[in-house]
Structures are given as C-alpha cells and as structure tokens.
Design a protein around this ligand. Structure first.
Ligand code: UGA
Length: 480
C-alpha cells in the first residue's frame, strides 16, 4: 500500500518507519527542509530506541522523504496526518496545523483516498476535517476521513507501534475501515511476527495485534480518555503516597497490594513528582475543554491536574525541610528529561523543580544521560552547571536530588557518592532506592510516600564509612 505521513515529529516519524517496516511504501513529509535533509542522510532528530536502525533499513527504499504535501498525497492511497496539536492559551488543542495540512491535502486530492487523523485531537476533529477538505475543493465521495489514534510512549515508541496492546480504527464507513484493516494486516494477522527479520528480532514474542473498530468519534474519545485515565492513575497514587507519608505507610507496599487486583493492575502506579511530557499535561487539559464545550463539568480532571502540580510543590517543601535554607546551597541533580529513556524535557517536572530552586538562590550541578542538549535550550541560568556524569553532580554538593527514573540512576555506587557529597542527603523524587538500605549506607534519605530514613549514629559524617551496595528497586518499579 502507498502511504503518506504528513508531519515527521515523534509520532509521524515512528509511524512512517514502522509502516515501511511492515511492508508499505511510505513518504514521510515535513515542512522543515533541514529535518528532511537530515533524515535523508540517515540522521534521527529524536532519541528513540530502534529508530536509527529502522531508518537505515528502509530509507531510500520503502521509505522516502519529502517537503511537499501535494506530491506525497498524489502518490498515496492513505494519508496520515501527524502534525502537532499544541495547547492553545485557553487549554484547548490548537488545530491550526491540522487545518493548514487539510488545505494542502485538498488541493492535491484525486482518485479515492483515505485521510487518517493520527495526531491527538479532540472529538469531532474528523467531522471538521471532512468539512474543511470539502470547502477547499475536495470532491465529496472521493475521500473519507478516519481516526487512528496512537498509543506510542516516547522511549518505547517503535515497539509500542509494532507490538501494540490494541490498534484503534474509527471509521464511519465500511470501505475506509477495510482500507485501514489492510494497512495493519501484517500486525493483526500476525504475519509480521513470523518474519525472521522482524524488529527487534528475537526478543519479542507476540501472536497477533488486536484491533478495535469504532466510529470516528468514539476513536477520538478513546485517545483522550486513555491519556486522561492514565494521568488520573498517577495523580491518584501520588495522593495516596502523600497520605502514606503522613501515617507511616509505604507507598510501594500499598501499590503491591492494590496493583495485584487485576481490575486495577500494577502499571502506572509509581508515585513520584508527577507526570510531565508533551502528552498528559496537554491532553488532560484539552479533554477538560472538550467536556466544557459539552456543558459537562469534568471536575475530576481539574483535580488530576491540581494533584499533579501540587506534587512538585510538595517535593520542593521536602528539599527545604531537609536543607533548611536554599540560598547559596549547591545541589546535585540527577535527571532533566520528563521520564527515563527520552531526551524530551517538555513539561518535565524536573525542569520546573530546577527553575524553582534557581529562583530560591540554589546552585545546581545537573546531569541527564540524554536530556542535556534540550535542557540547555530552555534552562540557561548561570546557576545551573551541566556535568558529564552522575558522580560529578555530587562533588561538593549539599544534597543529591533524583528527578528522573533513568535505570542507571538506580545502580549508583553510593560509597563513592557519599565520599563526594558534602552531606549525605538524598532526596529521591522517583523512589529508586530502598529507604532502609540507604540509611544503612549512611544516608539521610527522603522519598515519596515512604517515611524518611536516617543512618545509625555511627555512620554519620566524619565516621569511617563502610557500606554494602544499595539494592535498587528499579526492576519492580518500572514506569511501564
Ligand atoms: C503517553 C502515553 O503513555 C502513550 O500511550 C500516548 O501515546 C502518549 O502519551 C501520547 O499521547 O502521545 P508518554 O508521554 O511518552 O506517553 O509518557 P508516559 O510513559 O506515559 O509517561 C508520562 C509521564 O508520567 C512521565 O512524566 C512519567 O514519569 C510519569 N509516570 C508514568 C509516573 O509518574 N508514574 C507512573 O507510574 C507512570
């Protein structure tokens, strides 16, 4: 099948390489000529596992790049729209990029095409797209508009695409539903999983990808409702964590107890400093705006957002109560990205905490395995120093903060850390360590939803240090 993917951001680029991977001929389009030139050279603009390998595998063969929407549309049967839908000032999704693309598509529509909305959009966007295409000259009856929301997580987007929990198709006519079923057939029939060269080769076992076919509006709602539900799960557990702290319970034990109820499930129950990224904050707000337009007061979503921003404020209070005053203090900071395995710092809780600390006069030494180039673009305060590894953040610092759940932050050599830190204070916003083990290793350790741990008197500063490695919780504490 011939596919055009308009927009080469996270979703567009991953979708384009994955459509090529499952056998389609794909043209990936972006109006940023520099980005397209880089992609043609095989350079990936984002940090995403397996993307460079898949790009190298298909570039110049089943995967071509272009800056021309009309050319790509003319050469394709199915056109995916994957342009950005940023948040407008009022909290709604700004659909102006989608509308601009619709205009360009309309000028090139000839023959029968299926136009697929894959960007995260509010319900009724397919309806609007249809109207807009018609108003801009597309002959009615020659095209249909379908919703196909994506559920790709940054950091695991390629495997989320190829091994999905479900594929959702929202089509209002059976012909376009059939076209979409054909697009995904290699995954839904399972034929892709039998291929010896499938990606990422032998490590994934999978039979067939399930598909849910709905009408267009239901599919659009599924996307917003899914992200809002996951955000709600995170805010819920963060609220429970705050109570746990007060009463002396342990949030990880609580999660083990509630998560083992199959109706609840253990995923997305990691308490921390709140959700961030380019999706949850924007989508929860956009979904609330949709509800408002329907004259429905979805106050639950307001609470989800309130708890989420409050979580950062609470973490700042923890830092203050561990260190008393902040002016002139030096803090080591591990993590800038909004979560592990990505270089994305958009709406990162780590950045907003860092910004607040800078305002209060703290000096920061920061490190992130992938997020530093992006952080530098938005965080240029003179009081922030970017260093080359985890241990450099600790050198001479009054305390160490953990703000992103990178796996490598969960296996630190704390004997070395303690020797470098001025005071043995760790404030962990991602619960990567066991409080008791940290106390045994000589640290004053504060985390989320668990009692703070203090070392035995004999291991306080000034006393010869001897500690076993601190066992990390990472394996059981995965965010996914
Ligand atoms: C999210 C959804 O998970 C995807 O299904 C969806 O396709 C995507 O948004 C989107 O709409 O495009 P993503 O933003 O990449 O994906 O990140 P997540 O892995 O969902 O994490 C979001 C935030 O929640 C991160 O800040 C993470 O640290 C936080 N989180 C996650 C927690 O605080 N606790 C958890 O238990 C899980």
């Amino acid at each position: 099948m011939r596919i055009a993917v308009i927009g080469s951001g996270y979703v567009g680029l991953v979708s384009a390489v994955c459509f090529a991977e499952i056998g389609h001929n794909v043209i990936s389009v972006d109006n940023d000529g520099l980005k397209i030139a880089a992609l043609e050279r095989g350079e990936t603009p984002i940090h995403e596992q397996y993307l460079p390998e898949l790009l190298a595998r298909h570039k110049g063969e089943r995967l071509l790049f272009s800056t021309s929407v009309p050319d790509a549309v003319r050469q394709s049967d199915v056109v995916f729209i994957t342009v950005g839908t940023p948040q407008s000032q009022t909290g709604e999704a700004d659909l102006s990029y989608v509308e601009a693309v619709a205009y360009e598509i309309a000028t090139a529509l000839a023959g029968s095409k299926v136009i697929v909305e894959k960007s995260t959009v509010p319900v009724r966007t397919c309806e609007w797209l249809h109207k807009s295409l018609t108003l801009n000259g597309a002959a009615s009856g020659t095209f249909s508009v379908v919703s196909n929301p994506e559920f790709l997580r940054e950091g695991s987007a390629v495997t989320d695409f190829l091994y999905p929990d479900r594929i959702v198709i929202g089509a209002d006519d059976s012909a376009s539903a059939s076209v979409m079923q054909a697009v995904y057939k290699p995954l839904t029939s399972g034929s892709y999983y039998g291929e010896p060269a499938r990606f990422p080769l032998e490590s994934y076992r999978y039979a067939k990808a399930p598909m849910v076919v709905t009408n267009a509006k239901s599919a659009e709602l599924i996307k917003h409702a899914s992200n809002a539900f996951l955000a709600m799960k995170i805010s819920f557990i963060n609220a429970v964590a705050n109570i746990s702290e007060e009463v002396g319970a342990d949030i990880q034990q609580v999660c083990a107890g509630i998560g083992s109820d199959s109706r609840i499930g253990s995923k997305f129950l990691n308490a921390g400093i709140g959700y961030g990224g380019s999706c949850f904050p924007k989508d929860v707000q956009a979904f609330r705006s949709v509800a408002e337009q329907c004259n429905y007061d979805f106050g639950l979503l307001t609470e989800v957002m309130r708890i989420n921003s409050d979580q950062r404020v609470r973490f700042l209070k923890k830092i203050r109560s561990a260190l008393w005053t902040l002016r002139g203090k030096q803090l080591g900071v591990l993590g800038l990205a909004f979560k592990a395995d990505t270089d994305d710092v958009r709406e990162s809780p780590a950045l907003s905490i860092i910004e607040a600390l800078v305002k209060e006069g703290a000096q920061l030494k920061v490190y992130d395995p992938a997020g530093m180039p992006n952080a530098r673009k938005v965080l240029s305060a003179a009081s922030v120093t970017y260093v080359d590894d985890e241990y450099e953040t600790a050198r001479g610092s009054d305390a160490l903060l953990i703000l992103t759940e990178w796996a490598e932050f969960a296996v630190l050599d704390f004997k070395r850390m303690r020797a470098l830190l001025k005071y043995p204070i760790v404030i962990d916003g991602r619960n990567l360590y066991q409080p008791a083990a940290m106390a045994k290793a000589g640290f004053i350790y504060h985390s989320i939803g668990r009692a703070s741990a203090h070392p035995a008197a004999e291991s306080l500063p000034g006393v010869e240090y001897s500690a076993e490695p601190v066992p990390a919780l990472r394996a059981s504490n995965s965010a996914d």
